[in-house]
Structure formats: C-alpha cells, structure tokens
Design a protein around this ligand. Structure first.
Ligand code: 1CP
Length: 342
C-alpha cells in the first residue's frame, strides 16, 4: 500500500506523506519549456502531454501525483466557451447571464465531453504504477462562480446576487454542476484514479449561514454519490475557518485546510483523528522565505499534527509560479526525515 492512501484512511505510515497542490505547473522549468511550445488548452487536451506534465513532480520525491487538468474543463462541454488569456487567466466566452441561461444548462456524457482527461488518467497509471494518482474536479460553488462571473472575481457580485435574489435558479445551477461533477469523478476513478479531491477554492467568500443553506446540501449529495467508489475523497476549501464544524456533515475521508487556521485546532473542530484525516496547511508563501524560516514553518505544521495517523502534508493552497523547485524538494525531504519511524 502507499503512504498517501494509508494516511487518507488514518492508518499508521512509515513517514508522513507529502504532495503539493499545483505541483505540476509554472514554477517548473520543464513545464515552462512545454508551455513555450503549446498553449495551455492544447496541453490539457493532449493526453501524451498531460501525462508527461502529471509525472514531472516525481523528481521532487512526492508521495502522490495529481492529474494535470483544470477545474474549468467541464465548462466547455456545458457550452460556455473557455479561453486562457495570457496574463489575465481564464475567460468564458458565454458566461451565464440570465435565469433562462441556467434553465437551459444540461449535463453531458463525460466520455464525449471530457474523454481526453480519462485517457490521461489511463496513461498516467500505465506509466507510473507505484505512485497513487489523485483525480479532481472543481466544487459546485467554485465552478458556479466562474460560470457566472465569466472568469476570476474579487467580490463574486453576480454569484451572490443570484444566490440572494433567485434561490431557485441557484439551486438548479448547483444541481446540474453537482451531477456533472459526480459523473466526472466517477469516470476518473473508473479510468484508474486512486483518490479524488474536490477544489472549493473560493467558497470562503460566503457567510457561514449562506454556506450552510446554499452550498453544503449540494456537497453532501456530491460526496454521498462518491461513497461507492471506495477511494479516499478529499474536500479542499479556503477561507472556511469560521465554520469548520459544519464540514463534519460531509461524508469524506480527508479535509484539506488552508493556513489561516492552526492545523491542530482545525483537526479538533473537524472531529479529530478519530473521525477524519487532515491535509495541509503550510502557507505557499513560506516557500519563498529564507531556507531556515521555511524549515521552521514546516516543523510548526508537523508539530501541530503531532505525528498522529491521518495527516497528509500539503500547502494551504497552490504553489505560486515564483517558487524555487529546490525549496519544494527540501520540504519533501524535511517532512520525510522528521517523521520517519525509527
Ligand atoms: O501555464 C499556465 O499559464 C497555466 C496555469 C495553470 C495550470 C498549471 C492553469 C490556469 N491551470 C493549470 C492546471 C491545474 N489547475 C491543475 C493541475 C496541476 C497541479 O495541480 O499540479 C489543477 C489542480 C488546477 C486546479 C484549478 N484551476 C483551481 C483549483 C485550485 C486552486 O489553485 O485554487 C482553480 C481555481 C483553477 C482555475 C485556474 N486555472 C488557471 C488559472 C490561472 C486559474 C485561477 C484563475 C483565478 O484566479 O481565478
């Protein structure tokens, strides 16, 4: 078995497993060399390239791989038209503007709309049988925010306006996105993914009451639908430290927390190591700090985890493009060295 999968199920491991959100990406010279030749969507849609990029972090010594894909890909078969604009990030050509747009939205067959992702999953498994592969998707709220805003956002004005003014349309949108996400993750696992992570990157923009009322019931349905897959399910969110106890109602193996909360405190609020595994939670900016400061920050996270089974070391959010790959490699080594059972 693997350290990563064992830790997801809170079984003791020989050392604490470590991987990084956004571990395949712009901070790597090998990735930048590929990006100089191909645009991002081409890389994402070409399984041979996506397999190669997924495997790049192996050189860092990580304990798991995450599929090279993007949470926004399902918005293409949903008819919203995705482009990545250099320097600006993702832009949708046809974002949802009216309640009628939402009424027309329909789930699609995953193999038809996103078959290239499943091909990438199969390719990674064939090329790397030893390291577990994590599949992923965007959470319904985070996907909805892109579908409504048309790209990244600061205040989530359209999203929140819809939630407050048209709760029925919001509910329909969340149902369609939950349905698509469940089918997409099922297909990834059938293709060979050994764990799944759901990214709720922007849900911290909500109030606790709004999260409970308009988001949590959909997440509960999503994760229940994934229970039969018998692979670890990871829920990642940021900015949710104010309502962590509410996440206890999710049927998941692992909760991933950001750096805005102490790991031990978060774990206790989530029910502790008896109930759920925890992933996190180094500040990604610590990777840009001097080496001894970084080391101290890594040890602070490990100290709060206390060597209890069920900790997966990760960042609180994705690696930033300015990160030095050597710093990332150091973190992997320090985590393993400090936790290796003797
Ligand atoms: O080369 C480039 O210009 C690309 C940057 C990039 C990369 C490497 C984008 C554009 N997407 C990806 C791949 C990607 N996206 C992966 C696989 C790589 C890995 O993790 O190792 C994953 C897991 C994602 C997930 C993703 N995409 C999230 C959730 C995670 C998070 O960081 O919060 C989000 C919000 C996106 C949207 C997105 N895609 C790309 C950008 C720049 C963004 C964020 C835009 C914004 O701020 O709204």
């Amino acid at each position: 078995m693997s350290r990563f999968l064992d830790a997801c199920y809170r079984r003791p491991t020989d050392a604490t497993p470590v991987w990084f959100m956004r571990q395949a990406g712009r901070y790597q010279p090998e990735y930048r060399a590929l990006r100089a030749k191909y645009d991002l969507l081409t890389m994402l849609r070409t399984p041979e390239i996506a397999v190669q990029v997924t495997l790049l972090p192996k050189a860092l010594g990580v304990d798991a791989l995450i599929l090279f894909a993007d949470i926004l890909l399902p918005l293409v078969p949903l008819g919203l038209g995705l482009r990545f604009v250099p320097g600006k990030g993702p832009l949708l050509e046809r974002s949802l503007r009216t309640v009628d747009d939402i009424a027309r939205l329909q789930p699609f067959p995953i193999e038809e709309g996103l078959g290239f992702v499943l091909e990438t999953v199969r390719g990674v498994r064939a090329a790397e049988p030893d390291l577990p592969l994590i599949g992923f998707a965007g959470a319904p709220f985070t996907l909805a925010s892109y579908a409504l805003e048309g790209g990244g956002s600061r205040h989530y004005q359209r999203t929140k306006t819809l939630m407050y003014a048209h709760p029925d349309a919001w509910d329909r949108l969340m149902r369609v996105l939950t349905e698509v996400t469940a089918a997409y993750l099922q297909a990834q696992v059938q293709a060979g993914a050994q764990a799944v992570q759901v990214f709720d990157s922007w849900v911290g923009a909500l109030s606790p009451a709004m999260y409970r009322r308009a988001v949590l019931p959909h997440l509960q349905r999503l994760f229940s639908r994934l229970a039969d897959l018998r692979v670890p399910r990871i829920y990642f969110s940021t900015g949710t430290a104010g309502w962590l106890p509410d996440l206890r109602s999710l049927d998941v193996e692992v909760i991933s927390v950001d750096w805005r909360v102490d790991l031990d405190r978060a774990w206790a609020q989530l029910g502790g190591p008896e109930r759920v595994a925890i992933q996190g939670n180094l500040d990604p900016l610590a990777l840009l700090a001097p080496r001894d400061v970084l080391r101290e920050q890594v040890h602070e996270v490990l100290r709060r985890a206390g060597g209890r089974p069920g900790h997966i070391f990760n960042l609180g959010h994705g690696i930033l493009p300015d990160t030095d790959p050597d710093q990332v490699r150091r973190v992997v080594d320090w985590v393993h060295e400090a936790t290796l059972a003797v």
